[in-house]
Design a protein around this ligand. Sequence first.
Ligand SMILES: C[S@@+](CC[C@H](N)C(=O)[O-])C[C@H]1O[C@@H](n2cnc3c(N)ncnc32)[C@H](O)[C@@H]1O
Length: 320
Amino acid sequence: MLLKEVLDVGEEIYFVEESYPAQRNIGPTLHYLKGVRTFLENQRFRLLRVRNGEETLGLLLFNTGDEDVPVDFWSVFTGSLAAPSQKAEFEFLAGSIFSLNPPERELEVSPELWRDAVNEYYSLMLVNRNLCPECSTRPESYGSVFSEQRVKRVSEIFQNLEKKGFSLEGRVLEVCCGNGMSTLALYRLGLDPLALEVNKCTVCQGLEHGVLNPKKALVMDATQVSRYFEPGSFDVVVGFMLGLVYEFNKDLWTGIVNEAAKVVTEGGLLLFTVKSRPEIEILAKALRGAGVEGEIVDNTDADGVFDQWYFVGKKYLYKC
Ligand SMILES: C[S@@+](CC[C@H](N)C(=O)[O-])C[C@H]1O[C@@H](n2cnc3c(N)ncnc32)[C@H](O)[C@@H]1O
């Protein structure tokens, strides 16, 4: 586990927050840390500090095994992914705890590595069924779930876009990634996308088959991305086979592409594929309304199923 390597600890590690998205709103973390600070009046703890320069990214508290939890473990607290006000509160609390009880070690870690390590922790918790002990889903074989033909189809879209002069570099977000079927094509093109999907079983399947990168796969609702990422966080946002998009459920899908337009940088690329022309027309209308200039492309083939139509465009801050 990357986190154990980064921290150089042999014991188990547990975060207080239940999921990566929960790290945005860290009520339990702050509650716990306030309790720790109260205990410091007459008690000392084994602590570690993870920092990036002056900024505290993480605080680790050692717990000795007991009857309830028979192994020693570290509780990990972080505010680095939290909303600004809670991040500041975390920094303040961690600072006051360390001033009373200095950490036994300090580790300098870049925010990017820390984010990857936290992300991987939750991916491993998911795929090891720690987040859903009641799971009864039986694994399916790789061949029954993943198709080379589909990977090729997504890759061809990118080759065509490159020919048209679109740049596919930088920070890439893939929304609605499913089990990573379309993400596979992005990896093969040398991209390193952050891939998110709302269905945790689907993400679990992608992780289980070693398809999704555990450091860059998230269970997250794509209608909420702007709550977690600042405007301009990504150079490219893509989504493959969105839908089915109908008039009656279009708010979900237009909500997703609107959110994508919020977190892509000015001049950044947006690409969404669907099965049918009416679906892409709905998405294109929403994207244009969100300040994206682009075109609908007919990508139909004899199979008539995957990625038949797509919209590709660039985000402009101000509409002409
Ligand atoms: C047809 S699948 C496509 C999966 C993958 N992109 C592919 O091309 O193979 C559409 C995916 O969108 C996901 N999805 C639907 N609503 C979502 C939401 N609000 N946030 C994130 N993912 C969502 C579904 O769970 C499903 O996995």
